[in-house]
Design a protein around this ligand. Sequence first.
Ligand code: ADP
Ligand code: MG
Length: 429
Amino acid sequence: MATTVARRMPLARLALRCRAVWMESRGSEPPSSSTKNGNGKDDFTPGFYDNLIQKYAAHEEEHNEVVNLKKLMKIGNAAQVDERHSVVWENARFLQKELPKRLARRLLDLQFLPYIVVINPNIKKVYNSYYNAFQTLRKFPEVKDDESNADFTVLLKRLVDEHGPMVEALAAGLRECKSKPFIGDQLKLDSFLNSMLTSRISRRILAEQHVALQQKRQNFVGIVCTQLDLHEAVDFAYRKAQQACVETYGTSPEVRVIGDQGEDAIISYIPAHLDYMLFELMKNALRATVENSILSGGGKGSRRKKMPSVTVKICKGRCAVTIKISDQGGGIDSVDERKVWNYGYTTVDENAGLEIDQGLDQGGALDLSGAAAGSNSHSKMAGLGFGLPLSRLHARYFGGDLEIVNVNGYGVDVYLNLRNLRDKDIEIA
Ligand code: ADP
Ligand code: MG
C-alpha cells in the first residue's frame, strides 16, 4: 500500500500541518469542528479539522489488523460452533474499535489532497459520508448481547449500502478536477486512491463478514464460499457483460470457456470480489472486440463478417488458479500500455459517444437501434477508468495478481491469478 505524507507524520506535526494548509488556502483560522452558517447549514465539510480524527487515525498503524482469507475463515468456523454467540459479539466489538480508526485515516488522507480536489462536490460527498460513518460507529454503545448486536448489524448493512456509490463519486470527482485548466495530468492521485480503495475493500469485507457470521449458508464460512465453481462464476460474468455489450452496441462476440473442469475449477473465495473482477475484464474484452471489428470494417458493407470470439481458460495450479481471458480486439497502443493501470484512464471519450459513430449506419452488421444508440449507454460498458486498476487491487488483496500481455494490433491476454487456500491453510489452530 502506498505511504502517504500523513502516515509518516507524528500527530502534533500533522495537526500543525493541517492548520497551515487551511490558513494558506483560505487566509483564516480553521474551525475546530463543524461550523454553521446563518441558515444553520454546514459552511464546509463537517469536522474537517476535527482533533478526534487525528487521534483515531494515529492508532491505525499500531493496530492495523490484516484481513486475509485464512483469518476470515477461522472466525467463520468458530462462529459456526459457538452457540452462545460470543464469537459474533467479540467480532462486533473488534469492528467497533477497528472501523473508526480506518475511517479516520482515510478522512485524514482526504484532508491532505490539494485544495482544488478537497472542495470538489463529489469528493466532499465522500468525505461527509465517511465522517458520518466515523461518528456513528464511534458513538455506538458497546455490543454486549444479541439485541445490541442486532442493532449494530443493521447499522453495518446500512453503511455498506450507503458507501456503495462512493467509488463512482471518487471517480467523478477526480475526472472533474483533472478537467480543470492548469491541473490536467499533473494531478497524480494513484497512491491516494490505492490506499483509499484498499481500505474500502477491507472495511467492506469486515462489515459483510460480520453479517455473514450470523447466517447459515451451505458451502459458506462467513463470507468465504468454500465451493466456488469458477465455470459458474465466468458464465455469470460473461452473460452480464454480453448483456451490457448488446445494450451498448447492439451486438456482442461469443465467449468460449475452456480449461480445467470439476473439482479442479473449485476454489475458496469471496464470490462478490471474483464477480467484480471477471465482469470488468469481460467488458474490456468484449468492448475491444466490438470496437476493433467496427474500425476494421465490420460496419457498412461487411455485415456478415463474424467477430472473433473471446476465450477464457481456467488453469488450476497447486495453490493458485489462473483465469486467462484472450481477445482479438486489436490490443492496446504501445504508448498507452502503462497508462491503463492509472485510475481514471479510459479511451472512452465522453463527448464523442464511443467509437460507435465512426463506421456504422443504422441497421448495419452491428445494429445500433433503440437504447443501444443512446448517448450515455456506453457508461455500462466502460468510461470510469477504474476497471483494470481496481480489479488488480482486489486480486492483490488476497495474494493474487492481474497481468496483461498486449499484442499491439492483435489483442490482449489478461491473466487473473487467484490464490487458492489449501485445506491445511484453513485448519483452526
Ligand atoms: P474503462 O473500461 O472504464 O475505460 P478500464 O480500467 O477497464 O477502464 O480500462 C482502461 C482502458 O484500457 C480502456 O479504456 C481501454 O482503452 C484499455 N483496455 C482495457 N482492456 C483492454 C482490452 N482487452 N483490449 C484493448 N484495450 C483495453
Ligand atoms: Mg473497463
